[in-house]
Design a protein around this ligand. Structure first.
Ligand code: PBG
Length: 327
């Protein structure tokens, strides 16, 4: 029997060529940023809760970066695993010109001038309290933290950072860092703000990787409540007014609605971070044979793009770039 239908949407799905005519969303290696963990040891250390990711030694990082560039990666973001001896309550190591991040930036910039080097601004890898800001009597100080973040940002710019990404969620830090960078002679260094960063349990594996979990309490007085989206739009307006060049939503997969609303609220490029817990879930299910890794990873990244993200930070960046090349 033949139904009498006016509309048959399946006609537009009948072959690969027809489906390609009206595909709305594209994903390429150009959209991806590869986050890397580094440490000051001679050996690479695999990260237990993030199979496939390691804390790289300097030589290991150079080797991996060369391969990543050959695979089509154009941007990386550095996260340092600091020894206990480098941690303090003010996080002074964060602005040490001879610090791990600063030395790594100089080395990478000299070797690969075209690779976009992104740095994280926040105190947690350097804080003996495991918080993104300075702690006093159990509270996270806003303005005193911003002062230190400005020093950290300037020292990263001096060492060769192209894009500085504050992930700390202190109020007013984008404007203050912009001013500090300009005053120090770095008007061309960009600011990618972690604008809507949620107090998420999906950061667990990252904190294992850096041994940076809070020593007390949680991050809920600075990171956002997962229940909220209007608050994200308020943060977008502030970051825009303070001079952010890009805004970010983090995590990505569980927050696609936030990405969409942020996309519609600003003309700035929008980034999204597929965080460590998202990676760990996809990796664990794939390793168990429960999900087809390649298909599920590319689908998760495409969905983040469809929600409205321009740029995606993902630990799968290199594998995805490889799969996209084969496709
Ligand atoms: C630190 C920072 C975190 C992440 C990026 N920068 C962790 C946190 O805020 O506790 C998380 C990234 C991830 O989980 O992949 N300011």
């Amino acid at each position: 029997m033949t139904l009498s239908l006016i509309e048959r949407p399946r006609r537009n799905r009948k072959s690969a060529a027809v489906r390609a005519w009206h595909r709305e969303t594209f994903l390429s290696a150009d959209h991806l940023v590869w986050p890397v963990f580094i440490h000051d040891k001679d050996v690479d250390e695999p990260i237990g809760s993030m199979p496939g990711c390691s804390r790289w030694s300097p030589a290991g990082l150079d080797r991996e970066v060369a391969e990543a560039i050959a695979e089509g990666i154009g941007a990386i973001v550095l996260f340092p695993a600091e020894p206990e001896s480098s941690k303090s309550s003010l996080g002074e190591e964060s602005w040490n010109p001879q610090g791990l991040v600063q030395r790594t930036l100089r080395r990478l910039k000299a070797a690969w001038p075209d690779l976009v080097l992104i740095t994280d601004v926040a105190l947690d890898p350097y804080s003996s309290d495991g918080h993104d800001g300075i702690v006093q009597d159990g509270r996270i100080l806003n303005d005193a933290t911003v002062e230190v973040l400005c020093r950290q940002a300037v020292s990263q710019a001096e060492a060769g950072a192209d894009v500085i990404a504050p992930s700390d969620m202190m109020d007013g830090r984008i404007g203050a860092i912009r001013e500090a960078l300009d005053a120090a002679g770095f008007p061309d260094v960009s600011l990618l703000s972690y604008t809507a960063k949620y107090a998420s349990a999906f950061y667990g594996p990252f904190r294992d990787a850096l041994d940076s979990a809070p020593k007390f309490g949680d991050k809920k007085t600075y990171q956002m409540d997962p229940a909220n989206v209007r608050e994200a739009l308020r943060e977008v307006a502030l970051d825009e007014a303070e001079g952010a060049d890009l805004v970010m939503v983090k995590p990505a997969g569980p927050y696609l609605d936030v990405i969409r609303q942020v996309r519609e609220a600003t003309a700035l490029p929008v980034a999204a971070y597929q965080v460590s817990g998202e990676y760990a879930m996809l990796k664990a299910a794939s390793q168990n044979g429960w999900l087809d890794e390649r298909r599920v990873v590319l689908e998760s990244l495409l969905a983040i793009r469809r929600a409205g993200a321009d740029v995606i930070f993902t630990y799968y960046a290199r594998q995805a770039a490889g799969w996209l090349k084969e496709a």
